[in-house]
Design a protein around this ligand. Structure first.
Ligand SMILES: CC(C)(COP(=O)([O-])OP(=O)([O-])OC[C@H]1O[C@@H](n2cnc3c(N)ncnc32)[C@H](O)[C@@H]1OP(=O)([O-])[O-])[C@@H](O)C(=O)NCCC(=O)NCCSC(=O)C[C@@](C)(O)CC(=O)[O-]
Length: 358
């Protein structure tokens, strides 16, 4: 990916990132009673959560979800303390019909000043559509960043975006450059970092190299996706050792699906390895349309609970997030996949029972 101006643009992207550091206000703290939050992203004790529920969580739902519901979900998450929200995607509606209304959602959602909103963009067409929307709405900064995505295997990349990995990196370098030129920072995803649903076990060296290509083209961070959710602490550690041998850990994030119930332990493994950004989905919503059998992301509620009473600080009001998770699960008529949310609801019900007289 040796495009001449990429490293210069990457440097600009980094400056943008630091100029966008958010200031914590008393009002924000007041809204987040159950956990403290600092935006000092360099602090070793802060874990950032990227809430992917409105995008990764909803993209696989077969029933049409009205845009107003998606807007309300995004607003509820922001009010419950989520600080980075993936709000939708500018992918082809023929490929992922559920994401078709993203432009309308961005226009209608509340854009909270202390929340960073990102959208997924697969190619130049998607970026053109996003730029057209931004041009039509010059007074409202609708998004803070985009996310581009590729995979560690050609087989998955073909199924997901109709390109090989090499072709996709070439396309994404153009998308990244154009986005950075417009002052919009870019996050990258690598899918199938442990197992590919089409070709099996994935060589960690492939993940290492694709991650490096995304960082070299100017992504400020790369999220490592266990798309299928087969990872365990051993395989995740092995993959991270390889990726971290050439890529700075502070530019990596963990994105774990919970198919085998390993989402939380894999997230803890990633944090132990030095990663400080985790992707998760409210109520564990989700699944990738091109990863048959995979379930949703690890639940946001479970991640927040896992680090409670630890040295780490994570933004988010757990009780409000539990309410949001049950609200959306009930609307979608699906089971809430968060064990923590279920336990908290059971505790609330017990607390409501009249106490037996001694
Ligand atoms: C990349 C493409 C578009 C290539 O799809 P393609 O069919 O090869 O595209 P094309 O360039 O040949 O264009 C075909 C038609 O689609 C249109 N088109 C082309 N691009 C767009 C666009 N952006 N928005 C709207 N329309 C578009 C284009 O204009 C044309 O329209 P026509 O001339 O036939 O009327 C397609 O494969 C696609 O949209 N794939 C998206 C797949 C997807 O969204 N997957 C889920 C997200 S990734 C994920 O979930 C994993 C992640 C990130 O969460 C991490 C993890 O867990 O691993």
């Amino acid at each position: 990916m040796a495009l001449p101006s990429i490293s210069r643009l990457a440097a600009r992207g980094r400056c943008l990132t630091s100029s966008k550091q958010f200031t914590v206000t008393r009002a924000v703290h007041n809204r987040i009673p159950s956990s403290s939050y600092s935006t000092a992203a360099s602090s070793d004790n802060v874990i950032n959560i990227v809430e992917v529920g409105p995008r990764d969580g909803l993209q696989n739902e077969s029933a049409v979800i009205p845009p107003a519901t998606k807007v309300e979900l995004i607003n509820k998450l922001g009010r419950a303390g989520s600080r980075i929200i993936e709000a939708g995607s500018f992918v082809s509606p023929k490929w992922v019909p559920q994401m078709a209304g993203t432009a309308e959602i961005l226009k209608k959602m509340d854009k909270l000043p202390d929340v960073k909103y990102q959208v997924l963009v697969p190619n130049e067409k998607g970026l053109e559509n996003l730029f057209a929307l931004l041009d039509e709405n010059p007074d409202k900064p609708l998004v803070d960043e985009i996310a581009v995505f590729t995979a560690a295997t050609d087989e998955f990349s073909k199924a997901n975006t109709n390109t090989t990995v090499a072709e996709s990196l070439e396309k994404l370098s153009r998308v990244t450059r154009a986005s950075l030129e417009r002052g919009i920072q870019v996050r990258g995803y690598v899918s199938v970092v442990i197992t590919c649903p089409y070709s099996g076990k994935v060589d960690p060296a492939r993940v290492r190299d694709v991650t490096k290509a995304l960082l070299d083209m100017g992504c400020y961070e790369v999220s490592l996706g266990d798309t299928v959710g087969t990872g365990s602490p051993t395989t995740v550690s092995r993959m991270l050792d390889s990726v971290m041998s050439v890529n700075p850990v502070r530019k990596l994030a963990g994105h774990f699906h919970d198919t085998f119930g390993m989402g939380v332990v894999n997230a803890v493994t990633a944090v132990d390895a030095g990663i400080r950004t985790l992707d998760s989905s409210i109520a564990g919503l989700g699944g990738c349309p091109f990863s048959p059998g995979a379930t949703g992301n690890v639940a946001t509620e479970d991640i927040i609970y896992a680090f409670r009473d630890s040295k780490y600080r994570i933004a988010g009001d757990l009780e409000a997030l539990v309410d949001t998770g049950f609200w959306i699960s009930d609307l979608l008529k699906r089971d809430n996949s968060s064990r923590v949310a279920k336990a908290i609801r059971a505790r609330r019900e017990r607390d409501r029972q009249p106490k037996a007289k001694l």
